[in-house]
Design a protein around this ligand. Structure first.
Ligand code: BGP
Length: 505
């Protein structure tokens, strides 16, 4: 085989989320979101996920009373809100055909329960998607990417409260009706499984607000409400806009057994199932028995309304989107085993794999294993909507970023993906690399964990010119996309320095 051949309508893109790039956190009528309450805390060890992702009511009160943006990274982002035309133009120059983005719910319904939408918010997103379409870029729109209106947390207990289903439906239908002429691909909820790992930044749940409840009950009730809300929007799209494709999305951190002890294989299977339960429900249209048994064993009772099961059955998704960054090992008994980190979970260290500066183990083959596993499970189109490397990039005095480590990460993962499409018979809709310009990292609330193909002059304290500078990886991705849907294998063997900006076109 001399080249990889993929379908001509394969979507090559980039991805980010509103709260991580936009800024303009309180402009033009936008209300506070939960993301505006997450601060860069230098004293925190962000890899201690339990601590880093737990927030108290007191901390939320502090956030509400502090109107500054210093160390509130997601309040200023990289000011995409005012720079979106230039940023989209720069990204379009790479030849991308897709741009995954999210809509800040609080820009449309500032309090989440408002009677009328904020017209300035609707017009902003209409302008953003029109700008993308100017360059023939397909917007891949996420409706809720860790940014629900704070008012829904303070006055309704967020997704735990059944009324939020209706508020989400109203928000989703308003923006889909407003943008459907420009946006064909929708994802209702980002990494819907993440509610189990970080209930606040995912679904606005604050444990100290439920003193009389078992918090696990709260999480699973909120999870159910998200399933009902998402299914109703899928059904609305299928009935109202037949040309729209609407997917579900999970976090695919691949898990391997620490060794061949069958008990570790079983533990691995159970862990992966705990994530696949979320796509099972949204693709098969019902709660799997193994999840119902688990809930029963743990005395977790989900309160349902009579139509819920019908809604979930009728609202199954058209495709499975997923994020992939790294893999971990697991064991039925991890005593004494070295811990490794991944996307807001810990696992057992895999001695066969290198790791990023943040300890996420780099495993391109794990992406191919994810593709095979998910496709074999569902036989539905897949969509990689996040894959990238967080690194502390350095801007040289002549404004270059020689991120060959990011190029090799992307090269290796994309090669495994292309091989999987060619050899494993995977139906893959597209690949959106995680990172457009640099952005505020979700778990650390810092920009210094950089993901972009374009560097932004900004530090974790919020100081900087906000100027943009193309990294070497920008030119590598541009060169890759120049081949269209027939990519010579030789491209992947080219020495990385060939993509130094001084030589790149
Ligand atoms: C995913 C989120 C993204 C992104 C990514 C990287 O879970 O969907 O928003 O942030 O994780 O994680 P981080 O930014 O914490 O390095």
């Amino acid at each position: 085989m001399k080249s990889y051949q993929i379908n001509p309508d394969f979507l090559w893109g980039v991805a980010t989320s509103a709260n991580q790039v936009e800024g303009g956190w309180n402009e033009d009528g936008k209300g506070m979101s939960i993301a505006d309450c997450l601060r860069y805390r230098p004293e925190l060890d962000v890899t201690n996920y339990k601590v880093a992702n737990t927030i108290t009511s007191k901390q939320v009160e502090e956030a509400v009373s502090d109107l500054s943006t210093k160390r509130w990274g997601k309040r200023h982002g990289v000011d995409f809100y005012h720079n979106y035309r230039d940023d989209i133009k720069q990204l379009a120059a790479m030849g991308i055909s897709a741009f995954r983005f999210s809509i800040s719910w609080a820009r449309i319904f500032p309090n989440g329960d408002d009677e009328e939408p904020n017209q300035a918010g609707l017009d902003y997103y209409l302008d953003v998607v029109k700008e993308m379409k100017k360059y023939n870029i397909e917007p891949i729109m996420t409706l809720s990417h860790y940014e629900i209106p704070l008012n829904l947390v303070l006055n309704y207990d967020a997704w735990y409260d059944r009324r939020v289903i209706g508020f989400f439906e109203k928000f989703a239908k308003t923006v889909i009706d407003y943008l459907h002429g420009y946006v064909k691909y929708w994802i209702p909820i980002n990494e819907i499984d993440s509610i189990i790992r970080h209930p606040f930044s995912s679904a606005g749940l604050i444990e100290d607000r439920f003193p009389r409840e078992n918090f696990k009950n709260v999480i699973y009730q909120a999870m159910h409400n998200q399933f009902v809300a998402s299914a109703r929007i899928v059904k609305y799209c299928h009935e109202t806009y037949p040309d729209i494709k609407i997917g579900c999305m999970i976090t695919s951190t691949m898990v391997y057994p620490y060794n061949s002890d069958p008990r570790n294989i079983l533990r691995t299977t159970e862990l992966m199932r705990s994530v696949y339960a979320f796509s099972d429900i949204q693709i098969r249209g019902k709660y799997p028995k193994y999840l119902l048994n688990k809930l029963k064993e743990e005395d977790i009772e989900i309160k349902k309304q009579p139509d819920d099961d019908e809604d979930i059955k009728d609202g199954t998704a058209d495709f499975i989107a997923f994020s992939y960054y790294s893999s971990v090992c697991t064991a039925y008994d991890t005593t004494g085993l070295q811990v490794t980190k991944a996307n807001r979970i810990n696992g057992v260290y895999n001695k066969y794999l290198p790791e990023s500066e943040w300890g996420w183990q780099i495993d391109p083959i794990g992406l191919r294993v994810s593709l095979i596993t998910l496709y074999d499970r569902y036989q539905k189109p897949l969509f990689i909507v996040e894959n990238g490397l967080g690194a502390s990039d350095v801007l040289t005095s002549d404004h270059k970023v020689h991120d060959d480590y990011r190029i090799s990460y992307l090269r290796d993962h994309i090669q495994e993906m292309l091989t999987s499409v060619m050899e494993d018979g995977i139906e893959l809709m597209g690949y959106c690399m995680w990172g457009t310009t640099d952005m505020i990292s979700a778990s650390s609330n810092k920009i210094s964990k950089r993901y972009g193909l374009i560097y932004v002059d900004l530090d974790d304290e919020g100081n900087g010119s906000y100027k943009r500078y193309r990294k070497d990886s920008y030119y590598w991705y541009k060169a890759l996309l120049s081949f269209g849907n027939k990519i010579p294998l030789s491209f992947f063997d080219r020495p990385l320095e060939n993509f130094d900006t001084s030589t790149a076109s």
